[in-house]
Design a protein around this ligand. Sequence first.
Ligand code: ZN
Length: 309
Amino acid sequence: MSNSPQRLIGGVEAGGTTFRCAVAQSPQDILAETTIATRGPEETLEDVISFFAKHPSVQALGIASFGPLNLDLSDPGYGTLADTPKLDWQGYPLLRRFRERLNVPAHLDTDVVAAGMAEYQLGCARGAASLVYITVGTGIGGAYLINGQPNPGLKHAEMGHIPVARAPDDDFPGCCPFHGDCLEGMASASAIFQRWQCPPEQLPKTHPAWRLEAYYLAGLCLVLMRTLAPHAIVLGGGVLQAPGLIEQVRDEVYHGLAGYHALSPEDLKKVILKPGLAPNSGLFGSLLLAPGQERETAKQAKTVPRTAP
Ligand code: ZN
C-alpha cells in the first residue's frame, strides 16, 4: 500500500480518559476512526500505532493532547508532557515517540488549541478574528486564537486556573490540587461531583448546581471579555452539554457586565457560543494540526463570512 496514490492524514486527540484516532482525506472526510482507553504511555501508544499500521497511506500526523505540554521550540524538552496530574505521563516525549514510531511529519498542540482551530475553520466561529475556546470537563482548559492561530506565549494558557470570585455563601473548599478554589477547583466536572456527590450528567436541570456553575463560568467569560475582548468565546466540553447551561452563563455575563461593555443579551448570543462540531471539535482539530493540512483549510475558512459582530 505504500505506493498508493492516496495521501491521507492522521489525527490523534489524546485525552486523559481516551485517545481518539482518525485517518482522513481531510478533517471533513474521515475514513477510519477508533477510540482507545488511556493507560500508561507506552501501552496506550502501542494500540495507537497498531491502528495507524493498518493505514500506511498516512503521510502526516496531528496530535491534540491534554497538557500541560512543553511547546517551547527552543527547549530540548519540546513536545513532552509537563507536570500533569497523570504521574506516569509526566515528562513523556509524546511528539518524539510518535515521530519515531510512525516515521511521518507530526505536529503537536494542546487539545483546546486544536478544538479552537476546528471551530474557527469549520464550526461555530468560522472566520472569527479572535476567539477563545474553553473546555469544561474533568478539568478546565482554554486557548486564545487570533485569525485561527494560537497566540504564542511564554507557556500555553491555563485559563482553568484563574482565581475566581466566590459565590455568596459558597463554602465549598475547591478541588484543584494546586490552588484549591481556582476556577477548575470550583467548576470542573470533578468539582461538581465532589460538591454534590453526583456526576454532572445525572443532576436535573433545575438543580441549584447549574446556577452556581453558570456563575463561575460567567466569571471566566467576564475576565476574558475585559482582558482579550474576543469576537467569540466557545464553551465546550462535557459539562456544557447540560441543557440550558449556556443560556444561564449568558444571563450571568449580561448581569455581570452591568452595562459596561455595551452588549445586549442578543449580542451575547453571538459572542458566547456552543461548539458547532461537538463532540468532534478536538478530533477534527487534530487532523488540522497535521503538517501541510492547516493552510489548506485556512484558505477555505477565509471565504466564509463571519456573521457575528
Ligand atoms: Zn488550579
